[in-house]
Design a protein around this ligand. Sequence first.
Ligand code: GLP
Length: 242
Amino acid sequence: MKQFQIVQDKEIMAEVAANYIFSAFQKSQKFILGVATGSTPKKVYEVLAKKFRETSADLSKMFCVQLDEYLGLGLKDSRSFAAYIQKYIVKPWGLKKSQILFWDGDCQNPAGEVDRFNSILSHLGGIDCQILGLGLNGHIGFNEPGSLKESRCREVVLTQETLQNNKEDLAGGKIPTDALTMGIADILKTKNILLLVSGNHKQKSFERFLKEEPSPQFPATFLKGHADLVVMVDKSALSDSR
Ligand code: GLP
C-alpha cells in the first residue's frame, strides 16, 4: 500500500479523490481511467466534471474502461452500469462513446463478449488509474468471494448477498443472476489503484479489509499487495474500535 488517507466525509472524499485523479490526468499525455460504478464515486465524477469544465481540459486524451456489468442489462436499461457511466461520466464530461470501453451486458454470447473486452483491454497498454469501491462482502468489481488472485475478465455468478444489497438499484425489471467483470489479475495489473470507502455500512467490511491476509474469501484483500494502492476512507467507515 502506498498511501492511506482518512477524510472527514463523503464530500471531502470526492474533492480529494477528484484532485488526485485530475492531477494524474494533467500530467499524462494519454490517460486511461478504470471506472467503478456504485454510490461511492458518483460525487467524484461530478467534481471532476466541474474541474474539466473550469480548466477547459483537453479530454481527447481520456479513455475510460468499465469495470463490471450485470449480464442481461444493456446500455438502454437505466439499471445497467453502462447507463450509469453514460449519465455520470460520458455526458457531464463530454466524452465520445468511442472513448469508453463498455461491457455489453445485453450480449447473447458472454464468452465472446469477454474475448472482445479482453482483446481491447490488452491493446490499450495498461490502465493508469483504477477507481474501486468496496463491496460489503469484499468484492471488487464483481469478483465475489471465492475469486482467485489470478482471475481474469469473465462471467461470474452473483451471490445472493450482493443481489440483496443491490436490490434497490435493480428494481423495475428482471433481476440478473450473473455479471461480467474484470478479474482480480486485471485489476492488479493497473498502474495505480484508488480504493474509496465511505459510510458506516462499510465499517465491518473495511475492518476485514485491513485485518485479513490476502485471500479469495475477501477478494479486496488482494489489493494490499499492489505497490501503488491509495486507500481513501471517510470517518464514518471507520469502526469505533480503531
Ligand atoms: C457493486 C459493484 C462495484 C462497486 C461496489 C461498491 O456491487 N459491483 O463496481 O464498486 O459494489 O458499491 P457502492 O459504492 O455502491 O458501495
